[in-house]
Design a protein around this ligand. Structure first.
Ligand SMILES: [Zn+2]
Length: 498
């Protein structure tokens, strides 16, 4: 028997019964994010063999539209190269659309759609390549779209958010009609041009109130001019029609900025941080109004994309990646009501990255312990967060050494499944497989050897997700940063659950 045929047969024989919950129950979706370069470096069939054999994968999420090394390209520089693929870094990733751009679908988008064609592998169409190979094996394909344009992309400034002092942000405004046209054009192009099972949109942004307070992972980096959107002309005009007083919004943010600057400099307000912030919110309810307005704009953009996909092909799914901040910041979680988002999402990939979760939580705590909760010592503040978020985790002094907590994936998966409510939208937790930990997330412990995820820890997190009754998982963030042994951890858990 030829190797290929053997693997196909063996893969099918092992994977099929494993993925059924019980007789008649729908198959769980075991999906993985991957970039085009892996298929080029290793060969499409070889990659699919590995994914099916080791991890029981039955769905693929290629980064179709991405300028980010988080989802496209090879391993990030400075991180150990995995035991497969080209043993090199691709330091010149440009990114864009890794499938073929069909310009007729993009109307009034401010950028030239043709310029969004990824120049990295000019003759390679990731969907043209992947779809036939996946179909032969009975695998589903969901295209991943990331909400990001690089800094110097021609005309992308027309999409960019504006800070309240007018500075241009890196982030893209979801109330901006040009950007909305671009996004709906993109999902239409992909759904019409390819026989996809669906698309997933990745937006990792929050509003100006959260950003100013740093209520997010790596929050200290935010809160500076140019990182707090959005106050652009489109947002202003939309707000005016809703009767929001923009002069009051601006005055509120000017006060909030002073509050945060004092907190970061450890100049304690007379009545303490928490009380003073409440005073500001009571005096300027526009601060909260503006935060909600931001998230409403994002949800509208989701709704437009969902509607467009459905208008092209009813069965095609449009799903959302829910940013990791969902499990760290209560303020962000409050704006991500899954039962409401279910109106515009056919599945949820909830990022439950257990391993990099520790250091990321540490960056969140460090940030808000100088602003909202400036009077609360980090350890106490962390314990308070575990309480209000509904899970347990390691103490503050161990956060930067690795995994956030033993039951984290189970608790957060259960909550998400319950949070969807009667919509019954499938929840597919994002499972951390060798996600690199950024050096600035390590704080003073930079020299420490950080626990990478292991076969055992991956197996355990998949096991916890399955125990919580999820309908699938998304192996994250991209195949090119994962070690093969870690991938086998996914397969281990799936076999056990059979
Ligand atoms: Zn805007």
């Amino acid at each position: 028997m030829k190797r290929r045929t053997f693997l196909e047969t063996a893969g099918a024989a092992v994977a099929e019964p494993l993925l059924r919950e019980s007789a008649g129950a729908p198959r769980k979706t075991i999906s993985i994010q991957l970039g085009a370069v892996s298929l080029i470096d290793e060969g499409t069939d070889r990659v699919l063999d590995i994914l099916q054999e080791r991890a029981g994968v039955n769905a693929l999420m290629p980064a179709v539209f991405s300028f980010s090394s988080g989802t496209a390209g090879r391993q990030s520089k400075g991180q150990p190269l995995p035991d497969h693929g080209k043993q090199e870094y691709d330091t010149n990733l440009r990114g864009g659309n890794f499938a073929r751009v069909h310009p007729q679908y993009y109307k009034e988008t401010a950028v030239d759609p043709k310029s969004t064609q990824a120049p990295d592998h000019p003759r390679f169409d990731v969907l043209g390549e992947l779809l036939p190979a996946a179909r032969k094996r009975g695998l589903k394909v969901f295209g991943l779209i990331q909400d990001h344009f690089p800094e110097k992309f021609p005309n992308a400034e027309k999409f960019r958010e504006r800070d309240f002092n007018g500075a241009q942000c890196e982030t893209l405004c979801k109330n901006n009609p040009y950007y909305r046209n671009f996004l709906t054009g993109l999902v239409e192009d992909l759904t019409r041009s390819y026989d996809l099972d669906g698309l997933m949109f990745v937006c990792e942004e929050t509003g100006a109130f959260s950003n100013t307070l740093g209520s997010r992972l790596r929050g200290k980096r935010r809160g500076l001019a140019g990182t707090r959107g959005c106050f652009c002309e489109f947002c202003r005009e939309k707000a005016r029609k809703q009767g929001i007083r923009f002069d009051r919004v601006l005055a509120g943010f000017a006060e909030l900025e002073k509050f945060v600057a004092a907190g970061r400099a450890r100049r304690r307000p007379v009545d303490g941080y928490y009380v003073t912030l409440w005073r500001l919110m009571l005096r300027y309810p526009e601060l909260l109004q503006w935060e909600h307005f931001f998230h409403e704009g994002v949800r509208e953009a989701y709704g437009l994309m969902h509607e467009r996909v459905k208008s092209v092909r009813r069965q095609a799914m449009f799903g959302l990646h829910i940013w990791h901040n969902f499990t760290l910041s209560p303020l962000y979680r409050a704006e991500q009501d899954l039962s409401e988002l279910a109106k515009c999402s056919d599945f949820f990939k909830v990022a439950l990255y257990h391993n990099c979760g520790g250091p990321r939580m540490a960056t969140y705590i460090d940030s808000v312990s100088e602003t909202i909760y400036g009077d609360v010592p980090p350890e106490e503040l962390l314990q308070f967060h575990y309480r209000v978020l509904g899970y347990t985790g390691v103490p503050y002094d161990r956060l930067r050494l690795g995994p956030i907590g033993e039951e984290y994936v189970y608790r957060e998966s259960s909550r998400s499944v319950e949070g969807v409510g009667s919509a019954r939208t499938p929840v597919w937790p994002g499972i951390d497989v060798d996600i690199p930990i950024q050096s600035d997330d390590l704080g003073k412990q930079k020299s420490q050897t950080l626990g990478q995820s292991t076969r055992a820890s991956v197996r355990e997190s998949v096991r916890q997700a399955l125990r919580a009754g999820v309908r699938g998982i998304v192996i994250s963030r991209k195949y090119s940063e994962m070690r093969l042994d870690s991938l086998s951890g996914v397969g281990d858990a799936i076999k056990e659950s059979a």
